[in-house]
Design a binder for this molecule. Structure first.
Ligand SMILES: [Zn+2]
Length: 308
C-alpha cells in the first residue's frame, strides 16, 4: 500500500466554479475520489481558496459555500472519505479509508475578531496560509513587489493558530513575511513550494529559508507546478526529483513531502498529469531512495509534523 499524503490541492475551488463537476470521477479534474482510491491515498488536503475574481466582501460567503461542497460532495457522497479532525483520526484510519483534511489558502475574508477563523478551525481546518499571491490585511503575498512582512493582525492570527495547535503555511508569503512568521509560528509548513536555487521564482524558497524550516523541524511539500520546477518549456518527473534531492542535500530528508497543487494548475508535469500518475513519481523515487525515505516523503514526514 502506498499511503500518499498530499498537502495541497484546489479541487474545492473547481467544484465551486462549476457545481456540475463530480468529485467522484469528473474527467476535467486532476484529483477525484476514484483516483485517490486507485493510487492508494492515505490523506488529501483540500484548500479553501477563493480566487481574487471574487470581490473581497463576498469571499467569506464563497468559503462557506466551498465548505458545504466539501461536506456534501467530498465527504457526503463517499463513505470511504473520513474527515481528519485530529492527528489521532489520521493515525487510526483503516486500510480502506482515505483521510480528508481542510486547509486555508489566503485569509482575505478574515474578520478582525477572528471568529471566522475559529469557526473554520472547529470545522476541521488544520493548516492556514495567511495570503495567496497578493496583499491582504495580514501580510504581503509572494507576488507583491513591495514585499512587506506581517501586519499586527497577521501576528495575532499566528498566535491564534499556535494556541489552537494549527499549522501555519508559509507557501505564498513574501520573503519578509516568511521570516516574520518563523519568529512566532510554532508549527510552520510550506504546503506547496519548491527550491528557488533550482528554479528562481518568488513562490519558491531560497536555501536559507529551507534550512530555517529544517532547523525548526518544519515540513515542505514539493509541488508539481511546472514553472516552479524548471525554466524549460516542459517539466518532467526528473525535475520533481531534482527538487527532492536538493532539499535532502540541505539535510531535509525527514522534513519533505508533496503538495501537488492539482486542480490549482493549468499546465502539468509530463508524466504527472493528474493524481492517477502518482505511481509514476513513486516508481522513480523508489529507484533512488530507500523504502524508509520514500515512505517518509509520501506521508510519514507530514504526519509527524501535525501537532494535534
Ligand atoms: Zn497555491
Amino acid at each position: 500500500m502506498k499511503k500518499i499524503i498530499d498537502a495541497h490541492c484546489d479541487v474545492l475551488w473547481k467544484l465551486y466554479e462549476d457545481p456540475t463537476r463530480s468529485f467522484t470521477n469528473s474527467p476535467d479534474l486532476h484529483l477525484t475520489y476514484n483516483q485517490l482510491v486507485s493510487e492508494g491515498a492515505k490523506m488529501q488536503a483540500f484548500a479553501l481558496f477563493v480566487d481574487p475574481i471574487v470581490p473581497t466582501h463576498l469571499q467569506y460567503e464563497a468559503v462557506l459555500e466551498m465548505l458545504q461542497l466539501y461536506e456534501k460532495e467530498v465527504l457526503g457522497k463517499h463513505a470511504g472519505m473520513k474527515p481528519i479532525l485530529s492527528k489521532k483520526d489520521l493515525q487510526q484510519l483503516s486500510a480502506n479509508q482515505i483521510g480528508a483534511m481542510l486547509t486555508v489558502e489566503g485569509c482575505d475574508w478574515i474578520d478582525e475578531n477572528l471568529d471566522r477563523l475559529t469557526f473554520l478551525i472547529r470545522k476541521g481546518v488544520k493548516a492556514v496560509g495567511l495570503t495567496w499571491n497578493h496583499v491582504n490585511k495580514l501580510a504581503d503575498g509572494a507576488m507583491e513587489p513591495r514585499g512587506a512582512g506581517l501586519t499586527s493582525l497577521g501576528f495575532k492570527v499566528i498566535e491564534h493558530l499556535n494556541k489552537h495547535l494549527i499549522l501555519t503555511d508559509v507557501s505564498h508569503l513574501s520573503e519578509r513575511a516568511f521570516w516574520d512568521v518563523l519568529t512566532v509560528a510554532e508549527y510552520p509548513i510550506a504546503s506547496h513550494s519548491n527550491v528557488a536555487t533550482l528554479c528562481p521564482h518568488p513562490r519558491n524558497l531560497k536555501d536559507d529559508q529551507i534550512k530555517a524550516m529544517i532547523d525548526v523541524d518544519g515540513w515542505m511539500g514539493i509541488t508539481f507546478v511546472p514553472f516552479f520546477l524548471t525554466k524549460n518549456e516542459k517539466a518532467t518527473i526528473q525535475d520533481v526529483l531534482r527538487h527532492v534531492e536538493y532539499v535532502c542535500s540541505l539535510g531535509g530528508e525527514n522534513n519533505l513531502g508533496f503538495g501537488s497543487d492539482f486542480d490549482g494548475i493549468k499546465e502539468t508535469v509530463v508524466g504527472l498529469s493528474s493524481y492517477k500518475d502518482y505511481s509514476n513519481l513513486i516508481n522513480e523515487l523508489q529507484k533512488h531512495y530507500s523504502e524508509r525515505l520514500v515512505r517518509g516523503f509520501l506521508g510519514e514526514n507530514f504526519l509527524k509534523r501535525l501537532p494535534s
